[in-house]
Design a protein around this ligand. Sequence first.
Ligand code: T46
Length: 131
Amino acid sequence: MIINFNSKGDNNRGFLTAIESAKDLPFEIKRVYYINKIPVGIRRGFHAHHQLVQCLIAISGSCKILMDYGNEDKQIFELNAPFLGLIINKMVWHEMYDFSDDCVLLALASDYYNEGDYIRSYDKFIEIVKK
Ligand code: T46
């Protein structure tokens, strides 16, 4: 799901985008992190989460996100504007790629960091989806 956040401003003063926890997003934000300076050709992600829900925003530059639901259903989104958010629900295998040089990918997450919530094996992900 793509969320189009409300940006206020114009070309004279610039733009401001505000995101309020549980109002503009379908979850409470417990953690914020960002990814930047990604070398050309690198793909990141390659995992799903048991419980975590996130919203990804390219606050600068652009990148693509592959979302794989494990049932042969896949979607590719391009994030290329700081007012666009992509919701990644739990149990969605995701990969990020085609990062522009200036890409800063911001993640708003529904929970604290917990490596135990990651499914980093694609085979295990498919096994869980099929159950
Ligand atoms: C995701 C995608 C979109 C922490 O110490 N704290 C954190 O909050 C996070 C997110 C990561 N880390 C550590 C874990 C690794 O040692 O940072 C290192 C790099 O993490 P990872 O290889 O998982 O990074 P990505 O870009 O593959 O995935 C990240 C998030 O981890 C993941 O939840 O959904 O971005």
